[in-house]
Design a binder for this molecule. Structure first.
Ligand code: G3I
Ligand code: 9MR
Ligand code: ZN
Length: 542
């Protein structure tokens, strides 16, 4: 199979007026930027390079047109090649942010998606039956609501925690970016839609707590994945609540404590409910100091979301509980966990330590141990510097190394962008912000395959995500606003194995519905994009 390659690749959503603007080309000749409406040349420049890009095995050239200071629609011309057209404007990413947020609504479980909000992608309510507690089949619990995780319809606690954390932090950090509505049933013009949407998930998450002792079920799914064309409401196999794990319980504590802080000024009763649930699960953690790691029981074959340690989840929980309550017991627990040896700045679903670190760094000086804060800040900014260093050696302007092209590499990309943005907040160094923006350029088309990895956004966006409704709904266009996992050199599905054998890491991607290890979508690949987009849509910074 031949993968289409455009000579000039760029951010198909466009560029911010007063920030760096770059495209990448495989050609060396000089280039011009042309006004699409008048066909007049507005800028001419030399291609910079060549740079050998390790991850794609390509020789590339940088086309820098940052000097253009006029809003408009443009394209690039370089000898015989012409690029896709793109805007330069003050706010090129506003509808994208709304679309990526609206995708969470499309992933809702347990309610009908009405035409009024879902358009042609409407469907009936799904997964409304009770879940059986595995190993206790006579115990059935309400586990309805929340978001489907991904291309499958499972609902997994640790995945939910990462996704919610990103959304809540995005709102907390950039409230100005959430003033417009995405048109969901709860929209009321008072509470920002992002908080309505997050609450839909939080209400489900609260149901994952075992009320007997505060332990949190790792996931609720059918025993096996349904067929690829099965619509949510047709997936009627029994649902099972899978055993409690300490990773699920600790990330539940952390994200509910965070929610209690974020919703305090919005809905006090809900904020208190979140904190009480978090306290109850914290006591489970205290009574279960040993790791209780999750492995799929023999009869279950859905996503495992396994882990090798719960220290980072406990660290996040302690930080967030201390932040929410200012009670010394949590501070003490945090300081103990801080001394343990694990990376402290990660934002994944496996290692969530970065969320704990961010929570601790947001405490004011009187409430925190300043030597710990200083050390964490140093580590954070050091990591961001290393990402920029990597970006300098790459041809395509991202922080990704060859080894970062794993399952969900677009999450690695966007998590790095978040890391860079926080480093920008901590240090004021503009190159961090610029680095984050370059990650967005890559996601939106400035990459070796020239794809915008977001459905429905960009002139050459992916069309065939591994997402059951996209296969089963009979509608040609995919649901918009969903971010694909991206290139994965591990070739971890049959289709990828067949068509991508021998490809360089950043080209191990195929826009086919069967390739779940490169082209699936999931809540925690969308969520860091919300944070990054909210930064660049913030009224105050632009
Ligand atoms: O982190 C290691 C890295 O150290 C190693 O060098 C590299 C080599 O392959 O692998 C990296 O681990 C990968 C890990 O993802 C990274 O988070 C594993 O190989 C890879 O198998 C693992 O994939 C996970 C996948 O489930 C399979 O378990 C994805 O992260 C995770 O996003 C994905 O989640 C699925 C759910 O199970 C089910 N629902 C859909 C969802 C999205 O595809
Ligand atoms: O659809 C499933 C996807 O959500 C998972 O990420 C993936 C890995 O666990 O598995 C997919 O389901 C496939 C299953 O693992 C193997 N048979 C084909 C299924 C997809 O049609
Ligand atoms: Zn459902």
């Amino acid at each position: 199979m031949k993968i289409e390659k455009r000579k000039i690749v760029l951010n198909q959503l466009g560029y911010l007026l007063d920030k760096e603007k770059r495209a990448i080309s495989t050609e060396a000749s000089p280039f011009s930027v042309v006004d699409k409406n008048t066909n007049s040349i507005v800028f001419s420049g030399e291609a910079f390079g060549p740079i050998f890009d390790q991850a794609s095995s390509e020789q590339v050239y940088v086309l820098d047109f940052s000097d253009i200071q006029e809003e408009g629609d443009y394209y690039i011309k370089q000898s015989e090649s012409k690029s896709l057209s793109f805007p330069i404007s003050e706010k090129p990413y506003e509808s994208l942010q709304n679309g990526v947020l609206k995708a969470f609504y499309f992933l809702r479980c347990g309610m009908e998606l009405k035409e009024e909000y879902a358009g042609v992608w409407k469907h009936k309510a799904c997964h409304t039956s009770k879940g059986k507690v595995l190993n206790e089949p006579h115990l059935e619990l309400d586990c309805s609501g929340g978001w489907h995780d991904a291309g499958d319809y499972g609902k997994y606690t640790v995945a939910a925690a990462k996704a919610l954390a990103d959304l809540l932090l995005a709102y907390q950090t950039y409230p100005q970016s959430f003033l417009s509505t995405i048109s969901i049933p709860e929209s009321d013009g008072i509470i920002p839609d992002i908080l309505h949407e997050a609450r839909y998930e939080l209400e489900w998450l609260l149901k994952m707590q075992n009320l007997r002792d505060g332990g949190v079920f790792h996931k609720v799914t059918t025993l096996a994945f349904p067929g690829l064309d099965v619509m949510p409401e047709e997936d009627e196999h029994d649902l099972y609540l899978c055993p409690v794990s300490s990773t699920a319980t600790a990330s539940f504590v952390a994200v509910l404590a965070l929610a209690s802080t974020v919703y305090r000024a919005i809905d006090e009763a809900f904020s208190i409910r979140c904190l009480e649930a978090a306290r109850k699960s914290w006591s489970w953690l205290e009574s279960n100091p040993e790791m209780v790691l999750f492995k799929n029981p023999e009869e279950v074959s859905t996503g495992e979301y396994g882990d090798s340690s719960d220290l980072d989840e406990r660290y996040w929980a302690a930080a967030q509980m201390y932040h929410a309550t200012k009670e010394e017991v949590y501070h003490h627990a945090f300081k103990e966990l801080f001394l343990k040896d694990f990376k402290k700045c990660e934002l994944g679903w496996t290692n969530v330590s970065g969320y704990g670190t961010l929570s601790y760094l947001s405490l004011n000086i009187a409430e925190a141990d300043d030597s710990i804060q200083n050390e964490l800040k140093r580590e954070w900014v050091g990591l961001a510097n290393a990402l920029l260093q990597q970006k300098k050696t790459n041809g395509y302007p991202t922080s990704l190394r060859e080894n970062d092209f794993i399952w969900g590499s677009n999450m690695v990309l966007l998590n790095h962008a978040m890391t860079l943005l926080y480093a920008f907040h901590f240090s004021g160094k503009e190159s961090f912000e610029q680095g984050a923006l370059a990650q967005l350029d890559y996601l939106l088309g400035c990459n070796p395959l020239g794809y915008s990895y977001v459905t429905g956004f960009g002139a050459n966006s992916i069309q065939n995500p591994h997402y059951r409704p996209a296969v089963g709904d009979g509608i040609e266009a995919p649901i918009p606003g969903m971010i694909a996992g991206g290139p994965n050199k591990g070739l971890q599905d049959e289709y990828a194995k067949q068509v991508l054998d021998g490809y360089p890491p950043s080209k191990c991607f195929v826009d086919h519905q069967d390739s779940y290890s490169t082209n699936e979508i999931t809540i925690y690949w969308n969520s860091p994009a919300i944070f990054v987009l909210a930064h660049f849509n913030d009224l105050d910074i632009n």
